[in-house]
Design a protein around this ligand. Structure first.
Ligand code: IMP
Length: 179
C-alpha cells in the first residue's frame, strides 16, 4: 500500500538505472560530434532527464517544454496546451525529445509537429516508458526503456494529481482505489 492505493507492480531503482545507462550509451554512440539538443517534456521528465544527461558522455545542449494535457485526471483530455516553449535555437540541429511516458501519443504528436516547424536537422524521440494500451497516434519511439501494456504508473517523476513524483522507483497503482 502507498497511501490509500494498492500497488500492482514495482520497477525498482536498479532496473531504471540499467535502462537509463543503456539509452545513454546508444545516444552517445549515435550522436558522436553532433552536439544534439535534448528537449525534456516537463514536469514528469525531470528525474529521467537529469539522470540521462549525466550518463551521456558527449557534448549536448538542453532545453524544456511544458505541455499540459492531463489536468487532474488519469485519462488524457486530448487537448494539448504548450505552456512553455524552448528558448535555445534548434534550426539545423539534431534534436531528441525526452519524454517520461507515452500513452495515447497525442502529446508527442503535437509536440513533434511544433518542434519540426523550427526546422531542426532531425527529430528523434526517447521515452522511458511506452504504454501500449491506449495508443491513438502511431508514433515512432526511437529509444525507449520499458514497454508496458497497461496500468497507471507513478514515481520517478510521474504523478497522480501531483502526488508521488519524488519516489526514486516506479509503481503501478490499482486505480480501482481512487476516490
Ligand atoms: P499521452 O498524450 O496520452 O501520450 O500522454 C502523455 C503524458 O501523459 C505523459 O507525459 C504523462 O505526463 C501523462 N501520463 C500518461 N500515462 C501516465 C501514467 O501512467 N502515469 C502518469 N502520467 C501519465
Amino acid at each position: 500500500m502507498i497511501g490509500q492505493y494498492h500497488i500492482l507492480e514495482k520497477i525498482p531503482e536498479k532496473k531504471i538505472r540499467q535502462q537509463v545507462r543503456r539509452l545513454a550509451r546508444i545516444i552517445t554512440q549515435e550522436y558522436q560530434s553532433r552536439e544534439p539538443v535534448l528537449i525534456g517534456v516537463l514536469n514528469g521528465v525531470f528525474l529521467f532527464f537529469a539522470d540521462l544527461v549525466r550518463e551521456i558522455s558527449i557534448p549536448l545542449k538542453i532545453d524544456f517544454v511544458r505541455v499540459v494535457s492531463y489536468g487532474s485526471q488519469d485519462v488524457s483530455s486530448g487537448k494539448i496546451t504548450l505552456t512553455k516553449d524552448i528558448e535555445v535555437p534548434i534550426e539545423g540541429k539534431p534534436v531528441i525529445i525526452i519524454e517520461d511516458i507515452v500513452d495515447t501519443g497525442l502529446t508527442l504528436c503535437h509536440l513533434v509537429n511544433h518542434i519540426k516547424e523550427k526546422k531542426p536537422e532531425s527529430v528523434k524521440i526517447c521515452a522511458l516508458i511506452s504504454k501500449l494500451e491506449r495508443r491513438e497516434k502511431e508514433i515512432q519511439i526511437d529509444y525507449w526503456g520499458f514497454e508496458i501494456k497497461e496500468g497507471f504508473l507513478v514515481g520517478y517523476g510521474l504523478d497522480y494529481n501531483e502526488q508521488f513524483r519524488y519516489l526514486p522507483y516506479i509503481l503501478s497503482l490499482d486505480m480501482r482505489d481512487k476516490s
